[in-house]
Design a binder for this molecule. Structure first.
Ligand SMILES: CC(C)(COP(=O)(O)OP(=O)(O)OC[C@H]1O[C@@H](n2cnc3c(N)ncnc32)[C@H](O)[C@@H]1OP(=O)(O)O)[C@@H](O)C(=O)NCCC(=O)NCCS
Length: 184
């Protein structure tokens, strides 16, 4: 699928070949039920999030408020059918010495995967990271997540290494691959 990407004041609008129009914008509280559904689907059915415990709307509301308070962006991709996915920045580590490093997260609805929407969201998120007082963006990725590793590599993230067997889910060990993008 080909996508044309227009950037207007930090917002991105994309026309899909299918004729639909996708927009990337800041999340609003009304987006939280759809964000919750995507988050819980990833918890239940993937090794992208390393927990078995789903969360409720109040937890996502607190997550959203915490991002707002710290000035971390939460972006959503939407089309006529609703919310397709979201992306956010957050602290990689909370100790003050890490304050110029952020971690990115990108999650799509299962039907939206593989259509270039992840690329559009990460591009918009990195524009926002460059506007902030950040030096490095880190992506911590389950080592078998080829789509996420390839997506980050396409934006210039370098592989810094893989820590083997530091997680567990669904009865097996998980390896953590870290990627790094220097912003300046
Ligand atoms: C990871 C994710 C955000 C990527 O977004 P996406 O829209 O599906 O990916 P895109 O269509 O933009 O493709 C990005 C790149 O990955 C490649 N890719 C996509 N699926 C792939 C797969 N299963 N295996 C290998 N490469 C894959 C694409 O070819 C593209 O690379 P290219 O531009 O060099 O051809 C999305 O798949 C997703 O939400 N997955 C579930 C949640 C998740 O794993 N989040 C990330 C946690 S670290």
């Amino acid at each position: 699928m080909m996508i044309t990407h227009h950037t207007v004041s930090g917002a991105a609008a994309l026309e899909l070949l299918s004729g639909g129009t996708m927009q990337i914008r800041d999340a609003i509280p009304d987006d939280l039920p759809a964000i919750l559904a995507i988050h819980n689907e990833a918890i239940l059915n993937s090794v992208a999030i390393w927990t078995d415990e789903t969360v409720d709307l109040a937890e996502r509301a607190a997550w959203f408020e915490s991002h707002r308070r710290h000035g971390f962006p939460v972006l959503v991709a939407v089309d006529d059918d609703g919310l397709l996915g979201y992306a956010s920045l957050s602290a990689w580590h909370t100790k003050s010495g890490f304050r110029h490093t952020v971690e990115d997260s990108i999650y799509l609805r299962p039907e939206a995967i593989g259509r270039g929407i992840g690329r559009a969201l990460l591009g918009a998120l990195l524009e926002r990271a460059r506007e902030g007082d950040y030096h490095v963006v880190v992506a911590d990725i389950e080592a078998g997540n080829a789509a996420s590793i390839r997506l980050h590599a396409a934006f210039g993230f370098e592989l810094t290494g893989t820590v083997r067997e530091v997680g567990t889910k669904f009865g097996r060990w998980l390896d953590l691959t870290t990627m790094r993008l220097a912003l300046a």
